[in-house]
Design a binder for this molecule. Structure first.
Ligand code: ADP
Length: 160
Protein backbone atom coordinates (compact mmCIF):
# COMPACT_ATOMS: atom_id res chain seq x y z
CA UNK A 1 0.00 0.00 0.00
CA UNK A 2 1.43 3.40 -1.07
CA UNK A 3 0.93 5.94 1.73
CA UNK A 4 1.47 9.69 1.30
CA UNK A 5 1.60 12.42 3.95
CA UNK A 6 0.08 15.89 3.39
CA UNK A 7 1.63 18.03 6.14
CA UNK A 8 0.68 21.58 7.10
CA UNK A 9 -0.64 23.88 9.75
CA UNK A 10 -4.20 23.97 8.33
CA UNK A 11 -5.03 26.98 10.53
CA UNK A 12 -7.75 26.70 9.22
CA UNK A 13 -8.18 24.35 6.25
CA UNK A 14 -8.98 26.22 3.01
CA UNK A 15 -10.33 25.17 -0.38
CA UNK A 16 -6.71 25.28 -1.60
CA UNK A 17 -5.69 22.64 0.98
CA UNK A 18 -8.73 20.53 0.20
CA UNK A 19 -7.91 20.58 -3.52
CA UNK A 20 -4.40 19.23 -2.83
CA UNK A 21 -5.74 16.55 -0.42
CA UNK A 22 -8.39 15.41 -2.94
CA UNK A 23 -5.86 15.18 -5.77
CA UNK A 24 -3.36 13.29 -3.55
CA UNK A 25 -6.12 10.89 -2.53
CA UNK A 26 -6.55 9.99 -6.22
CA UNK A 27 -2.83 9.30 -6.64
CA UNK A 28 -2.04 7.23 -3.53
CA UNK A 29 -3.68 4.27 -1.77
CA UNK A 30 -3.84 6.20 1.48
CA UNK A 31 -3.25 9.84 2.44
CA UNK A 32 -2.44 10.91 5.98
CA UNK A 33 -3.11 14.62 6.53
CA UNK A 34 -0.65 15.62 9.24
CA UNK A 35 -1.49 18.68 11.33
CA UNK A 36 1.60 20.38 12.68
CA UNK A 37 1.46 20.95 16.46
CA UNK A 38 4.64 22.89 17.18
CA UNK A 39 3.95 26.09 15.27
CA UNK A 40 6.21 29.07 15.98
CA UNK A 41 3.34 31.50 15.68
CA UNK A 42 0.41 31.06 17.99
CA UNK A 43 -2.29 29.35 15.92
CA UNK A 44 -5.85 30.74 15.77
CA UNK A 45 -7.37 27.25 16.08
CA UNK A 46 -6.30 24.46 18.45
CA UNK A 47 -4.94 21.21 17.03
CA UNK A 48 -8.23 19.53 18.02
CA UNK A 49 -10.27 22.15 16.13
CA UNK A 50 -8.04 21.94 13.05
CA UNK A 51 -8.33 18.14 13.08
CA UNK A 52 -12.09 18.30 13.49
CA UNK A 53 -12.44 20.76 10.53
CA UNK A 54 -10.30 18.47 8.37
CA UNK A 55 -12.27 15.36 9.38
CA UNK A 56 -15.56 17.06 8.53
CA UNK A 57 -14.41 18.31 5.13
CA UNK A 58 -12.63 15.12 4.00
CA UNK A 59 -15.33 12.67 5.16
CA UNK A 60 -16.15 11.89 1.49
CA UNK A 61 -12.56 10.74 0.85
CA UNK A 62 -12.40 7.18 2.13
CA UNK A 63 -8.62 6.75 1.89
CA UNK A 64 -7.83 9.94 3.85
CA UNK A 65 -6.90 9.88 7.53
CA UNK A 66 -6.30 12.92 9.75
CA UNK A 67 -3.54 12.90 12.36
CA UNK A 68 -1.23 15.35 14.08
CA UNK A 69 2.53 15.41 14.52
CA UNK A 70 5.15 17.13 16.57
CA UNK A 71 8.86 17.10 15.80
CA UNK A 72 10.44 15.87 12.60
CA UNK A 73 8.17 15.22 9.62
CA UNK A 74 10.48 12.42 8.46
CA UNK A 75 10.06 10.59 11.77
CA UNK A 76 6.31 10.79 11.32
CA UNK A 77 6.62 9.62 7.69
CA UNK A 78 8.61 6.58 8.82
CA UNK A 79 6.09 5.83 11.56
CA UNK A 80 3.33 5.80 8.90
CA UNK A 81 5.47 3.80 6.40
CA UNK A 82 4.92 6.59 3.87
CA UNK A 83 6.55 6.57 0.43
CA UNK A 84 5.92 10.28 -0.22
CA UNK A 85 5.23 13.70 1.22
CA UNK A 86 2.82 15.71 -0.94
CA UNK A 87 3.05 19.50 -0.95
CA UNK A 88 1.19 22.16 -2.88
CA UNK A 89 3.07 24.85 -4.78
CA UNK A 90 1.34 28.19 -5.21
CA UNK A 91 4.08 30.42 -6.57
CA UNK A 92 7.81 30.65 -7.11
CA UNK A 93 8.00 32.10 -3.60
CA UNK A 94 6.84 28.74 -2.16
CA UNK A 95 9.49 26.94 -4.18
CA UNK A 96 12.70 28.13 -2.53
CA UNK A 97 11.71 27.04 0.97
CA UNK A 98 10.12 23.80 -0.23
CA UNK A 99 13.19 22.95 -2.30
CA UNK A 100 15.48 23.36 0.71
CA UNK A 101 13.17 21.32 2.95
CA UNK A 102 12.92 18.50 0.41
CA UNK A 103 16.74 18.31 0.15
CA UNK A 104 17.10 18.13 3.93
CA UNK A 105 14.31 15.57 4.22
CA UNK A 106 15.95 13.42 1.53
CA UNK A 107 19.16 13.37 3.58
CA UNK A 108 17.24 12.46 6.74
CA UNK A 109 15.07 9.84 5.09
CA UNK A 110 16.13 8.80 1.55
CA UNK A 111 13.24 6.37 1.10
CA UNK A 112 10.60 9.14 1.24
CA UNK A 113 10.08 11.26 -1.91
CA UNK A 114 8.69 14.80 -1.89
CA UNK A 115 5.99 15.23 -4.53
CA UNK A 116 4.71 18.67 -5.55
CA UNK A 117 1.28 19.35 -6.93
CA UNK A 118 0.76 22.70 -8.62
CA UNK A 119 -2.02 24.75 -7.16
CA UNK A 120 -5.22 24.85 -9.14
CA UNK A 121 -5.44 28.26 -10.78
CA UNK A 122 -8.49 29.38 -8.80
CA UNK A 123 -6.64 28.87 -5.49
CA UNK A 124 -3.21 30.25 -6.29
CA UNK A 125 -3.76 33.37 -4.15
CA UNK A 126 -5.25 31.45 -1.21
CA UNK A 127 -3.62 30.84 2.18
CA UNK A 128 -4.88 30.40 5.74
CA UNK A 129 -3.42 33.77 6.70
CA UNK A 130 -5.31 35.56 3.90
CA UNK A 131 -8.55 33.90 5.07
CA UNK A 132 -7.91 34.99 8.66
CA UNK A 133 -7.12 38.55 7.64
CA UNK A 134 -10.26 38.93 5.51
CA UNK A 135 -12.54 37.35 8.15
CA UNK A 136 -11.11 39.48 10.95
CA UNK A 137 -12.18 42.60 8.99
CA UNK A 138 -15.66 41.17 8.41
CA UNK A 139 -15.03 40.22 4.76
CA UNK A 140 -16.79 37.35 3.00
CA UNK A 141 -14.70 34.14 3.04
CA UNK A 142 -17.36 31.88 1.53
CA UNK A 143 -15.29 31.35 -1.63
CA UNK A 144 -12.19 30.41 0.33
CA UNK A 145 -13.17 27.78 2.92
CA UNK A 146 -15.32 24.63 2.79
CA UNK A 147 -19.04 25.41 3.23
CA UNK A 148 -19.46 22.89 6.09
CA UNK A 149 -17.08 24.76 8.40
CA UNK A 150 -17.62 28.31 7.13
CA UNK A 151 -19.76 29.54 10.03
CA UNK A 152 -17.49 28.02 12.70
CA UNK A 153 -14.49 29.79 11.20
CA UNK A 154 -16.33 33.11 10.89
CA UNK A 155 -17.62 32.90 14.49
CA UNK A 156 -14.13 32.41 15.84
CA UNK A 157 -12.28 34.90 13.69
CA UNK A 158 -14.74 37.73 14.15
CA UNK A 159 -14.68 37.27 17.94
CA UNK A 160 -10.94 37.46 18.44
P1 ADP B 1 -0.81 27.98 4.60
O1 ADP B 1 0.31 28.61 3.79
O2 ADP B 1 -2.14 28.20 3.97
O3 ADP B 1 -0.75 28.30 6.06
P2 ADP B 1 -0.07 25.23 5.32
O4 ADP B 1 1.19 25.43 6.01
O5 ADP B 1 -1.21 24.79 6.14
O6 ADP B 1 -0.55 26.47 4.45
O7 ADP B 1 0.13 24.33 4.04
C1 ADP B 1 -0.07 22.95 3.93
C2 ADP B 1 0.21 22.57 2.48
O8 ADP B 1 -0.83 23.04 1.64
C3 ADP B 1 1.51 23.14 1.89
O9 ADP B 1 2.08 22.17 1.05
C4 ADP B 1 1.02 24.32 1.09
O10 ADP B 1 1.91 24.64 0.04
C5 ADP B 1 -0.28 23.77 0.56
N1 ADP B 1 -1.23 24.81 0.19
C6 ADP B 1 -1.81 25.71 1.00
N2 ADP B 1 -2.65 26.52 0.30
C7 ADP B 1 -2.58 26.10 -1.00
C8 ADP B 1 -3.19 26.53 -2.22
N3 ADP B 1 -4.02 27.57 -2.25
N4 ADP B 1 -2.88 25.85 -3.35
C9 ADP B 1 -2.01 24.82 -3.30
N5 ADP B 1 -1.39 24.38 -2.20
C10 ADP B 1 -1.67 25.00 -1.06
Amino acid sequence: MKVAICPGSFDPVTLGHLDIIERASGLFDKVVVAVLCNMDKKPSFSVEERISFLKETTAHLHNVEIDSFDGLLMDFAREKSAVAVVKGLRAVSDFEYEFQMSMINKKLCPEVETVYLNTSQEYMYLSSSVVKQIASFGGDIRNFVPEAIHSKIVDRLTNM
